[in-house]
Design a protein around this ligand. Structure first.
Ligand code: IFG
Length: 521
């Protein structure tokens, strides 16, 4: 069990209530009004320092209107400080409250107030409390994230932060089809993305090289279609209980899972699992290479739509979130007319199961349902079918590969990753405006952003860490922070301050030469 895994917080259900919450925190009002340190990622909307310094002491308590968020925070504080940090029913030293927040913070934002003696996080919804807790942790010393007891002092600068997201959709994607990752590895990544107020987790569950989720009505998909991976390894798959565990772990961190079944292309694993799904009636072999565009479901075949209906039906029943991702990318082996027909039918099937479709922007070549969301992934800054769909009300999740694809190499020396979309170091990941990037797709058409991590070359959790950090926080900031705070110099400084936190957490991040990393981090 690596050091990092120990900090993978399981929410503490049984919490200890004590009657009297007292905080013997030391009050150190600094003479001059200190400014907030430039450390929080994503950058908050507003910060006002009050010159006080809060110190967490062994008598500190946490109270929370949402017990699980209180338990999450107390778990982190206990692990690193060694303090008991009981969770009380009210008026904790650190109080997480669902009342008193300004309406401006909406459903995902919060107000954080730190005085010399107390901390208050106020929000309108539980997700806002969770977001405020992430900001509070970033204002405490990096060692607060330590999985083992370490020395303080545990101080935080006094002041008030009012904060809320620019875009409601801030996602991270993990491709578990090219290489399979266990539930524990996925949960580790969920812990990491939760630190940066990510609220959607896109799980790429099927592709040419693997099918990764049990579908009871089509059992060969997992047992045969999931039996290998890129390079010929053992592959693997999630039982439906595994998938539910991932969904619940994400949900406890206010992250909604978006399952993807890629279609009609990227379907070799499914076609290899059932000969009757193939137009020829002959199943292809399992594929362990990294080519794309060579497979297609059989569009004229009625069984294809029974297959999709049953697959989508089982997945929808396991997915509390609103979206099913139908892929739609790189269907080079499907004719344009078949593709449009197929996407139109697939959307109807998903809608019949009460879910909203999201798909790679290629689906704009079909007729999109009003609620269907398109995910942009190309390296251009214009796309005519997508612009006309946006003009008709289609919302877009922005994932331009030359900025947001975490499987791109940082530079030509990077061992892992690919280069087809270019070399992407952290300032390239940060250097774009999602609300003004694609011609004809303005701010009001943009649902948000997502950082995909494709895994043709990614095998271990350390590989995931290396490619995601420090670039994922850049995409997270583009999704959360106001454009008015966009400043690469200030961002690079704040990102540098994250290094010691990742070091303590055992996150294997890339020490980009574009960032000044504190010594020892
Ligand atoms: N494009 C393919 C992915 C993956 C990627 C690797 C999309 C939508 C290249 N499709 O990105 O399957 O192979 O960078």
């Amino acid at each position: 069990m690596t050091r990092y895994l120990r900090i993978r917080r399981t929410l503490i259900v049984a919490t200890l209530f004590v009657g009297v919450a007292g905080a013997a925190s030391t009050v150190q009002a600094n003479a001059a009004t200190a400014a907030f340190p430039n450390v929080v990622v994503p950058a908050p909307v507003s910060e006002t320092a009050n010159g006080a310094t809060f110190t967490l002491t062994s008598s500190a308590t946490v109270s929370s209107d949402v017990p699980d968020v209180g338990a999450y925070l107390a778990g982190i504080l206990r692990a690193s400080t060694g303090y008991p940090v009981p969770v009380t029913s009210s008026s904790g030293t650190i109080a997480l409250s669902l009342s008193g927040a300004p309406a401006s913070v909406g459903t995902q934002g919060y107000q954080l107030t730190i005085t010399g003696t107390n901390v208050t996080v106020q929000a309108n919804q539980p997700a806002g409390l969770f977001a405020g807790v992430q900001t509070l942790l970033q204002l405490l010393p990096p060692a607060i994230e330590s999985p083992t007891v370490t020395a303080g002092p545990w101080t935080a600068p006094g002041g008030t932060i009012v904060d809320y997201p620019r875009f409601a959709h801030r996602g991270a994607m993990l491709d578990v089809a090219r290489h399979f990752f266990t539930v524990a590895q996925v949960e580790r990544y969920l812990d990491e993305i939760a630190l940066y107020k990510i609220d959607y987790f896109h799980l790429h569950l099927s592709d040419d090289q693997g099918w990764r989720l049990v579908i009871n009505s089509w059992p060969n998909l997992a047992t045969y279609g999931g039996s290998t991976e890129v390079g010929g390894g053992a592959g693997g798959y999630y039982t439906q209980a595994d998938y539910t565990a991932i969904v619940n772990y994400a949900s406890a961190r206010y992250i909604t899972v978006i399952p993807e079944i890629d279609m009609p292309g990227h379907t070799n694993a499914a076609l290899a699992s059932y000969a009757q799904l193939n137009c020829t009636g002959v199943a292809p072999k399992l594929y362990t290479g990294t080519k794309v565009g060579f497979s297609s479901l059989c569009v004229p075949l009625d069984l294809t739509y029974t297959f999709i209906d049953q697959v989508v039906g089982e997945i929808a029943a396991l997915t509390p979130g609103p979206y099913i991702h139908i892929g739609g990318d790189e269907a080079s082996s499907t004719t344009a007319s078949d593709y449009a027909y197929f996407i139109n039918r697939a959307q109807q099937i998903v809608a019949a199961h009460g879910k909203t479709v999201i798909g790679w922007h290629d689906i704009a070549n079909a007729t999109l349902l009003p609620s269907t969301v398109a995910q942009f992934w190309d390296t251009t800054t214009s796309n005519a079918p997508l612009a006309s769909a946006a003009a008709n009300g289609t919302k877009v999740v922005m994932s331009p590969a030359n900025h947001a694809y975490l499987d791109m190499k940082y530079n030509r020396h990077t061992k892992l990753g690919q280069t087809w979309a270019g070399l992407v170091d952290v300032n390239t990941a940060y250097g774009w405006n999602p609300g003004a990037y694609l011609s004809g797709v303005g701010e009001s058409s943009v649902a948000g952003v997502e950082a995909p991590l494709w895994t043709e070359t990614i095998v271990t959790s350390a590989d995931i860490d290396y490619m995601a950090f420090p670039r994922l926080p850049a995409i997270a900031e583009l999704g959360w922070s106001p454009w008015s705070t966009h400043d690469v110099t200030a961002f690079d400084a704040r990102l540098g301050a994250q290094g010691p936190r990742w070091k303590v957490m055992g996150v294997n991040y890339y020490h980009s030469t574009q960032i000044t990393w504190p010594s020892g981090s």
